[in-house]
Design a protein around this ligand. Structure first.
Ligand code: IFM
Length: 461
């Protein structure tokens, strides 16, 4: 099934219609995916290996021992998936480019067949009236760069800038936006300190140097794209959460402040203020990154937009990590607390602390253990999750934060990294054995929501 069936198209209920009315005209509604999580076609048309292909081959890294070789087979089903996107009435689709698909070795020759795929994807989206929002790096570094250190090696910054400039030359004329990185904290910490994501390293010093190189590559890529006269708005996407102290004790408050420094300010400060936070540098001591003169000025390039990915709040303290289930809070299938007020709180705080460019919520959504029942997928919890977070976004706008768009994570159930296919984030169910796409009730709800938005836009045009 490629699109939402007509018989199952409910109109917007009164609550949904009034939620739509809380957003300014021109607000952008979208859905998001990433290359490694949906494409498959891992060895096709000259694609090179990524660090995630290699990581999946190591035993014990992925909970269901799966990989991205087939994933949602989007590489072969792209036109059907774009039809599905368009059937949801959204204005925008966010996807990432697989670097090793377009440059198999991460340096040198470009792969024309790889670029051909993204050319067709962008054209297909435009043909259906959906804006293409491009992310350059959603974690799939060409494996060929890893033996030389990957992101730990400063040369990778130059490799990334070449890659960004080439994508700009090929797709920039049609992209509605280009984001350099998705969630650099995840790449740095989960990939290089916790070791639970590719490339599976365990060193804080390495992780902090990697974070610096990611930020530097962002800033230098923006400079290169602007030098070529790029018209598409340019930015970066950060995963962020408010960090709440577990208790009011001075120790817990200090720990929460430090964790805020490591996750929020470590990225926001260099990007928007051109400095790393002093308290975090002091905490890191010898693990602080080597920063060359001029790096921070390179990083702090003007942003046309800032993408924020929000899923939950974090609670930190000096005691044992808080178990949200034991604390009696509602959680998703990831065990993440459902905490919509954290989104408005985060946005207000960023607005108060920084001179922000326009904000896009580039990811928000939830995993639930969905089941196909008589051809439908009832997911009332996800609908409530989306409604409450969209409402929290409206609260932030009402407080003066310039939020311009919201993307649901994710269009499809997909490869959830170390959780493999065990977690379903899609608003569209993927029956992996047949690759059938079945819109969940949340897709029908979001479709009605976006239709209401579109009708209102037409009425007020
Ligand atoms: O699936 C991921 C995505 O790749 C990045 N942001 C968080 C999502 C859910 O874990």
């Amino acid at each position: 099934m490629s699109s939402v069936p007509h018989a199952a198209r409910p109109g917007a209920d009164a609550a949904t219609a009034s939620l739509v009315r809380r957003f300014p005209p021109g607000f952008l509604w979208g859905v998001a995916t990433s290359a490694f999580q949906i494409e498959g076609g891992a060895t096709e048309d000259g694609r090179g290996d990524s660090i995630w292909d290699e990581f999946c081959r190591r035993s014990g890294t992925i909970k269901d021992a799966s990989d991205g070789a087939i994933a949602c087979d989007h590489y072969h089903r792209m036109p059907e998936d774009v039809a599905l996107v368009s059937s949801l009435n959204v204005g925008a689709y966010r996807f990432s480019i697989s670097w090793p698909r377009v440059q198999p070795l991460g340096a040198g020759a470009w792969n024309e067949r790889g670029f051909g795929f993204y050319d067709r994807l962008v054209d297909e989206l435009l043909r259906r009236g959906v804006e293409p929002h491009v992310t350059l790096y959603h974690w799939d570094l060409p494996q060929a760069l890893q033996p030389g250190g990957g992101w730990l090696n400063r040369d990778t910054v130059d490799r990334f800038v070449d890659y960004a400039a080439e994508v700009g030359r090929r797709l920039g004329d049609r992209a509605a936006s280009i984001a350099t990185h998705n969630e650099p904290w995840v790449v740095s910490v989960l990939g290089h300190e916790a070791g639970i994501f590719a490339p599976g390293l365990r060193s804080q010093k390495t992780a902090m140097q990697v974070s610096h190189h990611l930020l530097l590559s962002h800033g230098r890529a923006l400079q290169a794209l602007r030098a070529q006269g790029q018209r598409a708005p340019l930015g970066i996407v950060l995963n962020q959460s408010p960090i709440h102290a577990a208790t009011d004790s001075p120790e817990d408050r200090a720990k929460a402040r430090l964790d805020d420094g490591l996750t929020v300010r470590w990225y926001m400060d260099p990007l928007l203020l051109g400095t790393y936070p002093a308290d975090v540098l002091e905490f890191l001591g010898p693990d602080a990154p080597e920063v060359t003169d001029g790096d921070l000025a390179d990083i702090a390039q003007p942003l046309d937009f800032l993408g924020i990915n929000y899923y939950t709040r974090n609670v930190s303290g000096t005691g044992a990590p808080r178990d949200p289930v034991a604390a009696g809070t509602e959680v998703t299938d990831m065990g993440w607390e459902v905490f919509p007020d954290g989104l408005s709180e985060l946005l207000r705080r960023l607005h108060a602390d920084y001179r922000l460019p326009p904000i896009y919520i580039m990811e928000n959504g939830a995993a639930y253990p969905d089941r196909l029942v008589d051809g439908a997928v009832p997911d009332p919890d996800r609908i409530r999750y989306l409604r409450s977070h969209i409402s929290a976004t409206a609260d932030a706008i009402a407080s003066g934060v310039d939020v311009r768009g919201y993307f649901v994570w994710s269009l499809l159930d997909n490869f959830e990294w170390a959780d493999g296919y065990l977690k379903r984030f899609g608003i569209v169910y993927v029956d992996y054995p047949t690759q059938r796409r079945i819109p969940k009730d949340s897709a029908l709800w979001y479709r009605a929501f976006c239709l209401e938005h579109n009708l209102r836009e037409r009425r007020t045009a």
